[in-house]
Write a protein that binds this ligand. Structure first.
Ligand SMILES: *[C@@H]1O[C@H](CO)[C@@H](O)[C@H](O)[C@H]1NC(C)=O
Ligand SMILES: *[C@@H]1O[C@H](CO)[C@@H](O)[C@H](O)[C@H]1NC(C)=O
Ligand SMILES: *[C@@H]1O[C@H](CO)[C@@H](O)[C@H](O)[C@H]1NC(C)=O
Ligand SMILES: *[C@@H]1O[C@H](CO)[C@@H](O)[C@H](O)[C@H]1NC(C)=O
Ligand SMILES: *[C@@H]1O[C@H](CO)[C@@H](O)[C@H](O)[C@H]1NC(C)=O
Length: 423
């Protein structure tokens, strides 16, 4: 297994390295376990690309195949990106206002557009092109919530753009910091909320708007963030996710006591429990809450999505320069992403097993493998407006974590609609 050690360069290495080695070992074991126990999850392609089934030859007009064939058995998350001359269903022109300017890559001057002409093709079935009218009609009088961090916002903006080709959303609410928002599609009476809750548990964050922190995050692993739990009973569909924020330096609390930390301050004598402990404990409470919530809604838990920084990270010059998808065997998920995903899948699997028959309305969205092969889908330097206009050698911070809109993240909605239609 080739490992991307550069991804841990920012962390406290000596303590951490031991943990990572242990975690890699555990991860390896766990992947074998899931491959057997948890057929729904397409971990094979990530841990060992050689053993995934051979790819299917697709006829030119595969969209015309009857869509009901094999659909029930089809794993929508295992497949490949194939060329698609149709391209996205919206443009920077038709959806400029909804998109965060940092993800509006075409407007910001990204010169290549080849990355827009690929669509997701599951191995064992065809995935119909997202039909915004169908979605709106199915979702009449319904309410959706996207709960999580900025990737969640990226995803909600993608869906809003796709739906806005049929009906324009009206923003009906935002919080003081414009982090949580709600939109209404008036003629379908569909409400879509984006709820900012990057940890899902209660957190005191000391950061300015540029993400520069002045103190460690204080994280209460056993108290859920009520910005989302309060809303939960009224939601028909929710997509819940978390991940990257747990990598931050933080002090952990349980039962109102400090129990440990991650990236602990040198002077403290608090135990470094590692972010995986905190993520595991928090997700355990999240999953248990959902399992007990007894609401009629459908809940999706989305695994965290890998980034594609190369030769560095956000803050030290990492870039992503690819302009096409890559093959599965050309990429390996970074160790940190594997650890996060491993915790996510094991907590999800645990609660679904415990729920038994009741688990039908709780579903996993595991897009990690699908998006891992799209290093070309990020803004890179085009998170800023025309960054090279003044100086074509300008040093620009790259974004290899969020996704251009339009871009590969749009295909998450094709998959989600297909799951809803078939369930
Ligand atoms: C879309 O992108 C093109 C090409 O960069 C640009 O000329 C146009 O102004 C953009 N449209 C909007 C509405 O941002
Ligand atoms: C909109 O949907 C809600 C349920 O989500 C329902 O209570 C309300 O009556 C609907 N409003 C209209 C105008 O149809
Ligand atoms: C939506 O809500 C309105 C008002 O409550 C009701 O008349 C209508 O039948 C509902 N439509 C659907 C599809 O539930
Ligand atoms: C370190 O531990 C000692 C003894 O357990 C305790 O008295 C002290 O307050 C601790 N210091 C910090 C900074 O937590
Ligand atoms: C996560 O918590 C479960 C109990 O819910 C425990 O069995 C497992 O060992 C924990 N995993 C990690 C990585 O801490």
């Amino acid at each position: 297994m080739k490992l991307k050690w550069e991804s841990i360069s920012t962390l406290h290495q000596n303590v951490f390295l031991v943990k990572v080695l242990a975690a890699v070992f555990i991860t390896g074991l766990a992947f074998r376990f899931y491959a057997v126990r948890f057929g729904q999850v397409s971990v094979n392609e990530i841990s060992d690309p050689q053993i995934s089934p051979p790819s299917v030859i697709i006829s030119e007009n595969e969209d015309l195949l009857p869509i009901d064939i094999e659909v029930e058995k089809c794993d929508l998350f295992t497949g490949k990106w194939i060329r698609d001359p149709l391209g996205p269903i919206y443009t920077n022109g038709s959806c400029g206002v909804v998109v965060d300017s940092h993800q509006n890559c075409i407007t910001n001057g990204r010169p290549d557009s080849g990355f827009l002409y690929w669509k997701w093709k599951p191995n064992d079935c065809s995935l119909p092109r997202f039909d915004p009218l169908r979605f709106l009609q199915l979702m009449r009088n319904k309410s959706w919530a996207f709960i999580g961090d900025s990737i969640s916002r990226n995803h909600v903006e993608s869906l809003l753009c796709m739906l806005s080709t049929v009906e324009k959303p009206v923003e009906v609410y935002h919080d003081d910091e414009y982090r949580s928002k709600r939109w209404l599609f008036p003629s379908h009476n569909l409400t879509i909320s984006n709820i900012w809750s990057p940890f899902l548990v209660q957190a005191a964050i000391f950061e300015d708007s540029r993400g520069v922190s002045s103190a460690a995050v204080q994280l209460h692993l056993d108290i859920l963030d009520n910005t989302w739990t309060d809303l939960f009973p009224s939601i028909d569909y929710a997509i819940i996710s978390s991940g990257e924020w747990f990598l931050k330096t933080a002090i952990y609390h349980e039962n109102a006591n400090i129990v440990g930390c991650h990236g602990c301050p040198q002077s403290s004598n608090i135990t470094d429990l590692g972010f995986d402990y905190a993520y595991n404990t928090s997700l355990r409470h999240v999953m248990d809450f959902i399992a007990r919530s007894n609401t009629k809604g459908t809940f999706f838990f989305r695994t965290s999505i890998p980034d594609h920084f190369e030769n560095g990270e956000w803050h030290n010059g990492g870039t992503c320069k690819k302009t096409e998808p890559v093959n599965e065997d050309e990429v390996e998920m970074k160790v940190l992403n594997k650890i996060l995903r491993d915790v996510e899948i094991s907590q999800f699997q645990r609660v679904v097993t415990e729920m038994g028959q009741e688990a039908g309305h709780f579903k996993l969205l595991d897009f990690a493998g699908m998006l891992l092969t799209r290093p070309d889908g990020h803004p890179g330097p085009y998170r800023e407006f025309r960054p090279f206009d003044k100086d074509k050698n300008a040093k620009v911070q790259n974004d290899c974590l969020h996704w251009c809109l339009p871009g590969p993240i749009d295909y998450l909605n094709d998959v989600i609609l297909e799951i809803i239609v078939n369930s």
